[in-house]
Design a protein. Structure first.
Length: 196
């Protein structure tokens, strides 16, 4: 008897995140970026806007927005590589919580300290990158790969923040990476991982 391979929706959080981001990008293209500005980006605003429900949607929804297809594909490649591994290791509920916390903190920091528009999943991607570095951690031992990843990652982003003028939010990358390290350290220290 022949066995048939079927497609599996193997990483529901990451795949759903990617699909929503893709439709947000299409909608942004169809509305000349106005839907992206209204819902899928975060920026400094007046205190009166704090009463608008759209402010709170933007505070979390900015990670789903992307400026163009190149921006979208760059984030999605890394998200689709790292996300399913993290979702399998930590479980979908914990991954959702990590995404929500990262979106909230990067959004708040950007509103308070920067006068530009922030959108894109790179903070989430960098959170997954540092979180992935904790996959080989063992009790009482810190992998050298983890230390090197943190040094290279943080060093490069700080360097780029100082020298580059490229419309990329290194702050979102750094915050995402720091949160990934915190999440990974906390989950591994507590031994609170999903078991297969």
């Amino acid at each position: 008897m022949k066995k048939y391979m079927i497609l599996q929706y193997n990483s529901p959080v990451v795949l759903t995140f990617g699909l929503i981001s893709f439709f947000a990008l299409l909608l942004g293209n169809m509305t000349d970026f106005s839907s992206t500005r209204a819902v899928f980006s975060v920026y400094s605003t007046s205190f009166q806007d704090l009463r608008s429900p759209l402010f709170y949607i933007r505070l979390f929804g900015h990670v789903l927005g992307h400026y163009n297809f190149e921006h979208f594909f760059n984030n999605m490649i890394m998200l689709l590589l790292l996300g399913p591994i993290m979702e399998e290791k930590y479980g979908y509920k914990r991954v959702i919580l990590m995404i929500v916390i990262t979106a909230f903190i990067t959004g708040i920091v950007h509103i308070v300290f920067f006068g530009t528009i922030l959108l894109g999943a790179s903070g989430i991607v960098f959170m997954f990158m540092l979180l992935a570095s904790f996959t080989n951690i063992r009790s009482g031992k810190i992998p050298l790969t983890l230390v090197l990843c943190v040094i290279i990652f943080i060093g490069r982003e700080i360097h780029d923040a100082i020298t580059a003028n490229d419309n990329i939010s290194q702050a979102a990358h750094i915050i995402g990476g720091i949160l990934g390290a915190i999440f990974g350290f906390y989950a591994n220290r507590k031994g609170d991982l999903k078991t297969a």
